[in-house]
Design a protein around this ligand. Structure first.
Ligand code: ATP
Length: 251
């Protein structure tokens, strides 16, 4: 393990010139980003921009082709996904990937087994605490995950990630496939989580308005590169849309 000489306690997750491919296709190109403790960052971009590949590469479930990933100031590039989970990096993947035949409770308990030791001496997430944070799960705990609706599955997947005591939560496609009401509920959960637990969040969100309203910062990815990085407050929506589609501005 190498230790970052510029170790900053403020930066929790960092990518430096991170690249990743699918065969010949380079999906993530030299991406550098930093997430500070307690910050919410939304990753936006059109279909195929590389958002999912970037999230998976940060989490260690997709191999990096180049560059590095740092967590809490330590380089984790060579560590497999489960070790990154133990260090506090949790991914809620697109499609959620819960064990359909297991109950919600069993899914959560399984995740608990994979968590690392708490780094800050805090209380840590228990089933009770998770249900308090996501009360919609209370009546669903004994249901098979495969019987849940989309919004319920998303809440259960977030709960499962919390059981690993993450310092940073990566959530791919927060609202994909959910009804407007379920999206509202999921964001309410995330809002409460951020307020009460101070969780640092990196979200992929297709709904630009939602991303800008919820996040502190917005990163726009196009063809595997970050083409716009800006504070969400006061950000001109047209600017993001243009970055999204690659509209050139005369200078
Ligand atoms: P979407 O919103 O459609 O999920 P995205 O921004 O998350 O898009 P990725 O899914 O990361 O983008 O895809 C980036 C590029 O990599 C695209 O060109 C995509 O076709 C390609 N790609 C993604 N997954 C695979 C795969 N398993 N095999 C081959 N190519 C892939």
């Amino acid at each position: 393990m190498s230790v970052n000489p510029e170790k900053s306690t403020d930066v929790l997750l960092e990518a430096r010139h991170l690249s990743a491919s699918h065969g010949q296709l380079v999906a993530v190109r030299e991406v550098s980003l930093q997430l500070r403790a307690g910050e919410t960052v939304a990753l936006v971009g059109s279909n195929g921009a590389g958002k999912t590949t970037l999230m998976r590469t940060l989490a260690g479930v997709h191999p990096a082709q180049g560059g590095s990933v740092w967590l809490g100031g330590d380089e984790v590039s060579a560590r497999p996904a489960h070790q990154r989970v133990q260090q506090g990096l949790a991914l809620v993947p697109e499609g959620r990937r819960l064990f359909a035949d297991m109950t919600v409770r069993e899914n959560l308990l399984l995740a608990q087994e994979h968590r690392g030791r708490l780094r800050d001496g805090g209380a840590g997430w228990t089933i009770e605490r998770v249900v308090q944070a996501l009360p919609a799960l209370q009546p669903l705990m004994n249901r098979p995950a495969g019987a849940l609706s989309g919004g319920q599955r998303q809440a259960a997947a977030i709960a499962r990630a919390l059981m690993t005591n993450p310092r940073v939560l990566l959530i791919d496609e927060v609202s994909l496939g959910l009804s407007p009401r379920a999206v509202d509920e999921v964001y309410q959960h995330l809002h409460d989580l951020r307020r009460e637990a101070g969780t640092t969040l990196l979200l992929v969100e297709q709904d630009l308005g939602r991303a800008m309203a919820f996040a502190d910062r917005v990163l726009c990815l196009r063809e595997g590169r970050i083409v716009l990085a800006a504070a969400a407050a006061g950000l001109d929506r047209q600017l993001v849309t243009d970055a999204y589609f690659g509209v050139e501005h005369a200078t």
